[in-house]
Design a protein around this ligand. Structure first.
Ligand code: ADP
Ligand code: MG
Length: 378
């Protein structure tokens, strides 16, 4: 594998190579997290000793849920985006069961863990993380990408405690060629910034925007909504529309009512209310001046936006969990490799290969009624 680049070159977009690797080339160190279609494992590449986060996406599961675009989007977007606050894709490979994405390791867990462990964050801590998220969103806006699944679980902490956004499986590239026109000849909803929008229900219940719930076309304002939810959650300790069930959460989001507890700093409360406006176009940052409006809000007073990533990060709560014992690592190995034996392997590494291998001989099970909803909210 090539040396990871240093300095400015580290933030130039480039297509991550497809390599003729297999799981056998890696030591599996510890499980980092699980997602809807993927397991993420810390691995060490044996030949070079380098560590990565390896995201093993279960192709069968993805196909079963008709979410092939989920992987394509993630791959294509990660290649196109290069920002210190966005997880970098270094290489990919695949076998019959899984597609593997070799990502830069974020060894300090999720922002979610920090909120859980600390209960709630101080104003200064919340400002630090919020400013890093705003910086990332400004970059995404510039590149016409809507993440659509912005949440504390997808904001990871680097070795030096800065944030990195991961999981572009739900992201939408507004610059991609438009979908075919609607049957009635009408154009789809227009986006403020690009003239194009994305549609379809994605994201996690707590952070879903009202327009997503209404199944309306979604633009960059949807990430602003999620940002409002995250700032609230950092300061209050729980997501603003959290309820006993997803259904009740959706009801609260759709109601248009928001209550910020009285103890919250007034500038923070004002920012939260301006981000959590039911009408997407009215959210702070959705206007003509874009993210500039947001950056000038009183909550961010004192932030030097030219040097956001040079701010001193908050101390992390609790060190990351120790490496798994041998037993666990073996169990993990078995779990991943056992999937391989179930399917015929069709290796080839030409550039023209489809991202997902053909799964000839694999019947694609019909979606059960519950599955569609599952896939939709994944
Ligand atoms: P999904 O698309 O299935 O939600 P994610 O990409 O969000 O999968 O990964 C699931 C979890 O794995 C994350 O929430 C995080 O805890 C962990 N993870 C993902 N990527 C990395 C990484 N680069 N470094 C460390 N942990 C990671
Ligand atoms: Mg995720």
């Amino acid at each position: 594998m090539e040396e990871p680049e240093e300095g400015a070159a580290a933030h130039q977009p480039q297509r991550a190579p497809k390599l003729a690797l297999s799981l056998a080339d890696f030591d599996l160190i510890r499980r980092l997290g699980d997602g809807s279609f993927a397991q993420v494992v810390e691995v060490r590449h044996r030949a070079t000793g380098r560590v990565y986060a390896l995201k093993a996406v279960d192709k069968h599961l993805v196909l079963r849920h008709k979410q092939a675009n989920y992987i394509r989007a993630e791959r294509a977007l990660l290649d196109r985006l290069a920002h210190p606050g966005i997880v970098r894709l270094r290489f990919t490979f695949q076998d019959a069961a899984s597609l593997y994405l070799g990502l830069d390791l974020c060894p300090n867990g999720e922002l979610y863990d920090q909120i859980q462990r600390k209960g709630q964050l101080t104003l200064a801590e919340a400002r630090f993380y919020a400013s890093e998220i705003v910086d990332i969103l400004a970059y995404l806006l510039e590149h016409q990408v809507v993440h659509r699944d912005l949440k504390p679980e997808n904001l990871l902490l680097t070795a030096d405690s800065h944030l990195r956004l991961s999981d572009f499986g739900s992201a939408k590239d507004l610059a991609a060629p438009p979908p075919p026109p609607c049957r009635d000849g009408s154009a789809r909803g227009k986006d403020l910034h690009s003239g194009r929008r994305s549609s379809s229900l994605v994201g996690s219940a707590d952070y879903v925007s009202p327009e997503t719930l209404r199944n309306e076309p979604v633009g960059p304002e949807t990430d602003l909504w999620a940002l409002g939810c995250i700032i609230y959650q950092m300061l209050v300790g729980k997501a603003p529309f959290r309820a006993a069930s997803e259904y009740l959460t959706f009801e609260r989001i759709a109601s248009g009512k928001l209550r910020v507890p009285p103890g919250v700093d007034p500038a923070a409360a004002d920012l939260i209310k301006r981000l959590l406006r039911p009408e997407p176009a009215k959210r702070l940052g959705a206007g003509k001046r874009g993210m500039q409006e947001l950056k000038e809000h009183a909550f961010f007073r004192g932030v030097d936006w030219q040097r956001v990533r040079e701010q001193e990060p908050p101390a992390l709560a609790l060190p990351p969990p120790a490496e798994m014992g041998d037993e666990n690592a073996e169990g993990l190995n078995w779990e991943l490799t056992s999937m391989l034996s179930a399917l015929p392997i069709q290796y080839s590494y030409s550039d023209s290969e489809p991202l997902l291998y053909s799964t000839q001989g694999l019947a694609e099970p019909a979606l059960a009624p519950g599955d569609a909803a599952l896939a939709a909210t994944a």
